[in-house]
Design a protein around this ligand. Sequence first.
Ligand SMILES: [Zn+2]
Length: 353
Amino acid sequence: MSPSADHRADDPAQNRCLVARRVVHEKEETTEREDDEEEEKSSDEGLLLQAHHAMERMEEFVHKMWEGRWRVIPHDVLPDWLKDNDFLLHGHRPPMPSFRACFKSIFRIHTETGNIWTHLLGCLFFLCLGIVYMFRPNMSFVAPFQEKIVIGMFFLGAILCLSFSWLFHTVYCHSEGVSRVFSKLDYSGIAFLIMGSFVPWLYYSFYCSPQPCFIYLIVVCILGVAAITVSQCDFFATPQYRGVRAGVFVGLGLSGVIPSLHFMITEGFLRATTMGQMGWLFLMAALYITGACLYAARIPERFFPGKCDIWFHSHQLFHILVVAGAFVHFHGVSNLQEFRYTAGGGCAEEGGV
Ligand SMILES: [Zn+2]
């Protein structure tokens, strides 16, 4: 240590002065640093703003590009959230984060074209059929208001199912979030169709036994709500759960086996197949179950990978079978309605359910 330093350390007045000077110096340094930081901050904010604007312009450009020109792409370059069926090798839409582009793609040829149109046309068909049916003269019904509501539930279920379905297939390629929301609607729609199909069938089949009719209706509603609830889980939409999905909806439909057996036991096989329209019910079940099996096993594309990319792949066949099944059910229900009209509203002479 030098003598001068020793001397400075011994003089308290000089020490205070030094400390004061150091404090002033540090304060000045801090103020300069703060000024520098503020300048840096404002320049950072400016850069961020510029980047944000650039991103916006980029997004605008991308949207315009998607709306104009895009090409179908092979399965292996799809992002994970768009990879659903690896037997469809080519013809997929790329991710298109624009609703306008998604809706325009309805008129282009790709893996979803058939899925969209089968249910879009099916939806329009049931909408027209429903309107025509609702405007039938009241004199063709025993209890027009009640019966129109009951049959209207079937039309509502069918229209909801088919419209959620074509909407889902249209916007499926928008983004991961949009595809997730619409897939949940799509699955819920299947539950609505099944529940709506039960209503008129139970109403006419158990016309003179309101108690079992009501119990079966409550049970199918509880099962339907359970199916809708499980459809809201994110894992439910993943490709690994394809079989589980088919199983849940086939199980919901097959819950109709118990009221069918009840009906056949009380009415006898002959009356059940003639008056009860059981033949149409079996055909409907066969169409739905065949559709669900093709969907779960991915037949025929499993045997011809790359050959059914655009037409006749399992999902399209499943869609066609759903529309056919719903129409067969409508035919059976309208026959039941006619039988009820011919028999009149009385129950005593019917002797059965
Ligand atoms: Zn579908």
